[in-house]
Design a protein around this ligand. Structure first.
Ligand code: CA
Length: 515
């Protein structure tokens, strides 16, 4: 692709130098764009107000959640907005492993949610991550917020030999320098859900407890980094920033979890008017979480807006790629299940994906079925680093398609759904294998998922005609549409083979799936 970048994009970098009062008056040494990747946790695609606005609502067949997201609404009109970005393995650590490596969970090292009883699930040290590539290309790389891709080890900087928390198994983790994959600025933690009392370990392993709602605190940290208030980055270098905001994330049950000003927008509304999806059950106990969930969404919108404001103020807007997406969605009483994620339902798999790159990407809505492993190569492609995508990456670089909707780039026919659960355990109760309990495939029209037991026998199927049944209310028996099922399973089998998935390697359901 064309790596020449117009001169005017450099103005942003020079502007930063002036505003930040840096001693150097040199322009950035490279002309590469900055990148900011913001991904709150359980944030479903439907929870963005613009989907109800002209220019957007006619592109989707769902009704948007009744949320206040003024900043995202404005940002969407400046961005490429994907209707069908999918979180292939919609649970925390596996998604994050895919995001950082461009590889599916069977290769990333992270097949299961990380905790200290699952030593088999931890981000590979030996693989080149997204941040490694940016770092090697001369970027300053900064990570803020929740990471949750490392198996916790007893490495508490303040208490050597102890985990960072007393809970057994430990979930939270401290990531030492040698596991930071090119990130040279660190303000992060493993996983921790006390939203108004978050904590972070910095570059040197010092713990910070700011007593502030975490997304707003992280936004302030990002703004400080952008302004280079503490001189922690080299203003001559481009930057790559990841912001893993935890909210919206359970628990959502009190004002300990969100900001009151945001909660006030929803607190007096009947639950039926908030749970607008016809597949949602407002009589579930969890329904009481809904106003807190949407309040978290609105608070994240404001925190994201603060980052956008700083970019504009610093003159960095034009030369910075900004992505807003999430880890995975949240079912919030849809489908009658309490599990917020880890399912093939649209509320769980379909994530926001908005990307703004002024003068390079024209604002539009696109139905590209973007899969999680595609994010790394596509971002690298957009940053002019397409020739540095590691060979280990299993996703595809859609940078050309992002820039030009008519580009001659093959579009995917669907995205995999992947669910793994604990397999065998050793004498100490540590998980030593994982069981690949479900695989599925999401196409433009359908969602199909197959579940197996420990003996690899089919136990359950989910099959929805999403085009005609967007809320997935009717689980179609496979024998009702044999030709469609055959075609989807052929596509799914082909992709499972391509990625060397356990279902292919072990011939799981090979009587149904042509690998
Ligand atoms: Ca998560």
């Amino acid at each position: 692709m064309n790596r020449t970048i117009p001169l005017q994009w450099l103005a942003g970098g020079a502007g930063l130098l002036a505003m930040a009062g840096c001693a150097s008056s040199e322009a950035p040494a490279t002309n590469q764009p900055n990148v900011i990747y913001v991904f709150p946790d359980q944030y479903r695609n439907h929870a963005m107000g613009f989907w109800g606005e002209e220019g957007f609502r006619e592109k989707v067949n769902f009704r948007n959640d009744p949320v206040h997201t003024p900043r995202l609404n404005e940002f969407a009109r400046q961005s490429l907005v994907l209707t069908s970005a999918q979180s292939n393995c919609p649970v925390s650590s596996p998604h994050r492993g895919i995001l950082l490596t461009g590889m599916y969970p069977n290769k990333s090292g992270v097949p299961l949610n990380c905790n200290s009883s699952r030593p088999i699930s931890s981000l590979r040290k030996d693989v080149t991550c997204l941040s490694d590539v940016f770092s090697q290309a001369g970027y300053n790389c900064a990570y803020f917020g929740k990471l949750h891709v490392d198996c916790p080890t007893p490495n508490d900087p303040e208490h050597p030999g102890a985990y960072v928390e007393e809970r057994v198994p430990a979930w939270d983790a401290y990531t030492p320098k040698e596991r930071r994959h090119g990130f040279d600025h660190w303000y992060s933690y493993g996983t921790f859900d006390v939203h108004k009392n978050p904590h972070y370990w910095d570059n040197e392993g010092k713990k910070h407890e700011p007593h502030e709602w975490s997304p707003l605190h992280e936004a302030a940290q990002v703004v400080s980094y952008l302004k280079n208030e503490n001189g922690v980055r080299d203003p001559k270098k481009p930057f790559f920033i990841m912001v893993g905001m935890n909210p919206p994330h359970s628990p959502y049950r009190s004002l300990d979890d969100c900001m009151e000003e945001d909660y006030n927008l929803y607190k007096d509304q009947p639950l039926e008017s908030l749970l607008v999806r016809p597949n949602a059950d407002a009589t579930m106990e969890k329904a009481a979480c809904t106003p807190y969930y949407f309040a978290s969404v609105t608070g994240v919108d404001r925190a994201f807006g603060q980052i956008l404001d700083a970019l504009k103020e610093l003159g960095l807007e034009k030369n910075t790629i900004v992505v807003f997406t999430s880890d995975h969605g949240e079912t919030m009483c849809s489908q009658g299940i309490n599990d917020p994620k880890n399912t093939p339902y649209a509320e769980s798999m379909n994530v926001p994906f908005l990307i703004r790159f002024p003068e390079r990407i024209k604002p539009r809505v696109d139905d590209l079925i973007l899969a999680s492993p595609d994010i790394m190569p596509t971002l690298l492609g957009l940053a002019g680093l397409g020739d540095q995508i590691p060979e280990t990456v299993q996703g595809h670089n859609y940078a050309e398609l992002f820039i030009n909707a008519q580009a001659q780039v093959a579009r995917p026919n669907g995205a995999l759904y992947i669910q793994n659960v604990d397999g065998k355990k050793d004498d100490q109760g540590n998980v030593i294998t994982y069981h690949p309990s479900s695989r599925g495939f999401k196409t433009a029209q359908y969602t199909l998922a197959l579940y197996i037991d420990r003996k690899h026998q089919l136990t359950r199927t989910l099959f929805f005609d999403d085009a005609n049944d967007p809320y997935q209310m009717h689980n179609i028996p496979l024998e009702e549409r044999p030709e469609v099922v055959k075609e989807i399973l052929a596509q799914m089998g082909s992709l499972l083979k391509e990625i060397d998935d356990p279902w292919y390697k072990e011939g799981i359901l090979s009587e149904m799936i042509p690998y």
